[in-house]
Design a protein around this ligand. Structure first.
Ligand SMILES: Nc1ncnc2c1ncn2[C@@H]1O[C@H](COP(=O)(O)OP(=O)(O)OP(=O)(O)O)[C@@H](O)[C@H]1O
Length: 621
């Protein structure tokens, strides 16, 4: 993919969404820990009463780019946080919208929502309607290809939510021309809101969720829904490609609060570990460090471009209002506040000879072949009249040839129809069924504009009053002014000292929390190691253990141990999947690809078992 040199520097936009109290919190009668100044986008976090020490530090203030109140609608969130990024994808910019926050604060509600009710649809489904509205409203000299991918990161493994086998582990790779990508990830071209929605549903069904004490349907993985829009601008003879990542992160959680055990514990460990790395990446970017630890988790590696790279990014931080969640809310607000200072460098991605151009050339070639075949198929018809001049054998041959030509024509027409379906022309209305949603999006946009206008008028009035106040104050004697000035300076110095103290206390607090999370993780890992060692000691003879160790090598690229010869064993013998780049979403073949194994021979001894099935060489004694 080619790139224009022009880059725009822009900070990550940080939004805060406050969830309403849920039934459990209402029943427990927990107090409110948040107080928001929506006009100035400032949130005040109040310590729970039993932890207050009667000092200013009982309250923390954070200014963000925008705060959504508990009664904000899904459409408000979409219009303000997501719509601007979706529109820029059509100009060839990459965009990322991600929801971040503690478990049960509404990340999935915000990103996906409830599809059945148009007003409760989240950012992902609203994006579908918006994209196809943009296409319908664009001029005819533009054509588009829309492609989608959907993956999740579960226990540090990348899984394809739209692939034939969602359990297959995929690898993250990097190329200088296209940046970070996932090898062998399934991509579908889509041509309507219905087809893209079907894919979202299918992926959501494959996502791993679990019921915990904090959330009945808790996501146990980070999910990334990617929409790639290729736009051919015929007027400029240029093709741009914009990629939009819609990310629903798993929530950070304290094991004692969620009450998870067994598999849930391991999930918890890797969720917390990857979120910790995300926090460290944010911290390193804000501090302009030369080394950013993107490679420490799959999540940060995948989001590398979205944090400090070629992307316009919006982070929606989710918090609950309950006092009982004070610690988690504090942590979310601290990261949200830091993320505001991350600088990204987005650029327009210009594609040389993109998919649209390739498809259009192929259509022109097919059309040429079709015309030639039509001309050939006309000829025998004329000769049919002089039937008696030919012997029967020749007639049969001519008829067979005709049939072959007709079959080839049919195949060419089908191929042309398939390719043409992938390219959507500007002005095509693909929205009949989605018009209600489009109407909602447009009307909520107008409502917001009206609100913005009245907000602006109020602001002007306020500024005028403030100016008048300054003028009146200016009439005071110069002595009084000097005195006030000195007092002001003293209070500024006092404020700075207080801020420095607060910052120190915050850093200390954060360090303690991170240590606790690391200790939690460490405990989990030690437990797992103990179990593995126990199993190895009991089931693998000492010589074999040493031999296996000799065949293990550490791969610095994947940060994993690899066992030589393992490529010829077990599941790895399954048939390889081919690159699934262009698959139409018309019908979904969910059939598994099973590999047929040879019949098992009767096993007579341990030795013969190793000889027949093991790919690891025998130890030499
Ligand atoms: N703004 C909101 N208005 C009404 N209900 C909400 C809101 N936000 C969240 N909820 C409800 O709260 C519950 C938890 O939300 P959700 O599953 O989206 O949380 P989550 O942050 O994705 O959690 P996890 O990290 O465990 O997956 C759901 O029942 C959801 O409907």
């Amino acid at each position: 993919m080619g790139e224009q040199q022009h880059r725009t520097s822009n900070n990550v936009k940080v939004f805060l969404r406050v969830r309403p109290f849920n039934d459990r919190e209402l029943k427990e009668g927990t107090g409110n820990t948040l107080d928001c100044d929506y006009r100035n986008h400032v949130v005040m976090l109040q310590k729970p009463k039993d932890k207050c020490v009667g000092k200013d530090t009982d309250r923390k203030y954070f200014q963000l780019d925008y705060i959504f109140a508990p009664n904000a609608t899904q459409l408000d969130v979409y219009r303000l946080a997501a719509a601007p990024l979706v529109e820029q994808v059509f100009d060839g910019y990459n965009g990322t919208i991600f929801a971040y926050g503690q478990t049960g604060t509404g990340k999935t509600y915000t990103m996906t929502g409830n599809y059945e009710n148009p007003e409760l649809r989240g950012i992902i489904p609203n994006t579908f309607t918006h994209i196809f509205t943009q296409i319908a409203n664009s001029s005819e000299d533009r054509s588009f290809i829309v492609k989608v991918m959907y993956l999740e990161i579960y226990n540090e493994e990348v899984r394809d939510l739209l692939g034939v086998d969602p359990n297959r582990r995929l690898q993250i790779k990097e190329r200088t021309d296209i940046g970070i990508y996932v090898k062998d990830l399934t991509g579908f071209t889509v041509d309507s809101v219905e087809s893209i929605t079907q894919l979202m549903d299918r992926g959501n069904k494959n996502r791993i969720t679990r019921s915990t004490m904090m959330n009945n349907v808790s996501s146990r993985s980070h999910a990334v829904f990617t929409i790639v829009v290729e736009t051919r601008h015929r007027d400029k003879n240029q093709t741009t490609v914009g990629k939009l990542n819609l990310v629903d992160l798993a929530g950070s959680e304290r094991v004692n609060k969620t009450g998870v055990s067994g598999i849930g514990l391991r999930e918890s460990g890797s969720i917390n570990q990857s979120l910790l790395t995300l926090g460290n990446v944010i911290q390193a970017l804000v501090e302009n460090k030369s080394f950013i630890p993107y490679r420490n988790s799959k999540l940060t590696r995948l989001l590398q471009d979205s944090l400090g790279g070629n992307s316009k990014t919006a982070m929606i931080s989710m918090v609950g209002p309950a006092e009982s969640d004070y610690e988690e809310t504090y942590s979310t607000l601290r990261y949200a506040h830091k993320a505001k200072y991350i600088k990204n460098f987005a650029k327009i991605n210009v594609e040389e000879g993109g998919l649209i151009e390739r498809f259009e050339n192929e259509i022109a070639e097919l059309q040429q072949k079709l015309t030639l075949l039509s001309m050939v198929s006309e000829q025998p018809k004329q000769k049919k009249k002089a039937k008696s001049e030919f012997d029967i054998e020749k007639i049969k041959k001519a008829e067979a040839e005709m049939l072959r030509i007709e079959e080839e024509k049919r195949e060419l027409e089908e191929r042309m129809a398939i390719i043409s379906k992938k390219i959507i022309c500007g002005g095509e209305n693909l929205l009949e069924k989605a018009q209600q949603q489009e109407f909602l999006l447009v009307s909520s946009g107008q409502e917001l504009e009206n609100l913005d206008r009245s907000h602006q008028a109020l602001e002007e009035q306020f500024n005028k009053m403030a100016e008048e106040k300054i003028e009146i104050e200016g009439k005071y004697s110069s002595l009084q002014e000097e005195d006030m000035d000195l007092n002001r300076k003293i209070s500024v110095v006092q404020q700075r000292i207080k801020e420095a103290k607060d910052e120190y206390a915050d850093k200390d607090h954060e360090y303690q929390r991170e240590m606790e999370a690391l200790n939690d993780n460490n405990r989990l890992l030690v437990r797992e190691m103990q179990l593995s060692s126990l199993m190895i000691d009991y089931y693998i003879p000492h010589d074999y253990k040493r031999l296996i160790q000799n065949y293990c090598t550490f791969n610095n690229d994947t940060q994993e141990y690899q066992l030589q010869g393992v490529a010829y064993t077990g599941n790895n013998m399954r048939k390889r999947q081919t690159m699934t780049e262009e698959i139409l979403p018309v019908s979904f073949e969910m059939k598994q690809v099973y590999h047929k194994y040879p019949e098992k021979k009767k096993i007579t001894s341990k030795r013969s078992l190793l000889k027949t099935y093991s790919a690891v060489p025998k130890p030499t004694r």
